[in-house]
Design a protein around this ligand. Sequence first.
Ligand SMILES: [Cu+2]
Length: 310
Amino acid sequence: MRLPTRLPKLWTLLVVGLLACQAGETEVADEAAEPAAAPAAGPVEVVADDYSFLARDTIPSGWTTFRMVNQGNEPHFFLLNRLPEGRTIEDYGTDVGAAFDSVWSGLEGGSIGKAEAGAMLGRLLPAWYADVRLMGGVGLLAPGRTAETTARLEPGSYVMECYVKTADGRFHSELGMVLPITVSTEVSDQDAPVPDLSITLTNAELAVEGEPSTGEQTVAVHFEEQPEVGLGNDVHLVRLDGASVAEIVPWMDWMNVDGLRAPAPAPFLGGTQEMPVGETAYFQATLEPGRYAWISETAAERLVEEFSIE
Ligand SMILES: [Cu+2]
C-alpha cells in the first residue's frame, strides 16, 4: 500500500475545501443558464498567493497545460490529487483526518520519528486511500516567478494543494492553499508538447537525456518507477545560488522539522509533481547561465542531477 505521506494535515483543509466546494457549486449553478462553453484556449491559469489558489473550478480532460504565477512572498507549488470514484472531499475529514492528526501531532511534538510516522499512517488510514492518484502539478516555485506544466488528466474530482510551510511551521494547505477542481469529460484539443530534454525517473536515478541550453526548454518527465511507500519521484528545478544540494535536499522533506519551511534556501524554478508509473508529464524551464540541479523530493534516494549553463 502506498503511504500518502504527501498530504499533511488534510483534515484541517476540509473546512476550507468544503467552503470552496460550496462556492464552486454556486458558480456552476449560475453558469448553468449559459450555453455549454467550448474548452478555453491556452493554459489553465493558476494564481498562487500567501495562502490561496485561484483557478477555474472545471477544466477539460486530456492534455492540459497549467501556468502558475507565484504572487506571494513564499515558495509555492501545486499537487493534483485525484480522488477515488465515489469519494468526496468530505471523506477526507471523516476517514483520513484522524489518522493524519495523530501522526502529525507526533512528528511536531517529537514523540515519533519519520520511520514511525510511515508505519503509523499505514495502520490508521482507510484502505480506499491507496486509490488516491497523484497526477502532477507545478514544482516548487520561488516568489514572483511563473512556471508551466502539462499532464494528461482523466475526468474526475481532484484536489489542488500546496504544503510548503510558513516560517513558523504552518502548512500552506492548512491556511487555505487547497482547491477542489473538476476535470470534465470534455476533452481538450491540446497535444503533448515536443520536448527539448527528457528525464526518466526510477527509484535508483534521475536520468537526463539531452543537453540543457539557454532559453526556454521543454522537459519531458517519464515516470518509470515509483517507491512502494512514501514520497513519489518527481522533478524540481533549482538554481544553486547561495546553497548547495546538500542543504537543499533535506529542506525539501516536509517531515523534517525545518523542511519545506519558508524561505527556501535557493530559488526554485518549477518542475513537475509525481504521477503514476507509465505516465509522462512536461514542464517549461527558462535557463540562463548559472548552476542548477534537477532534484526529486525523494532525493534521499539520490535522485539529483547538477548541471551548469555556460
Ligand atoms: Cu504554498
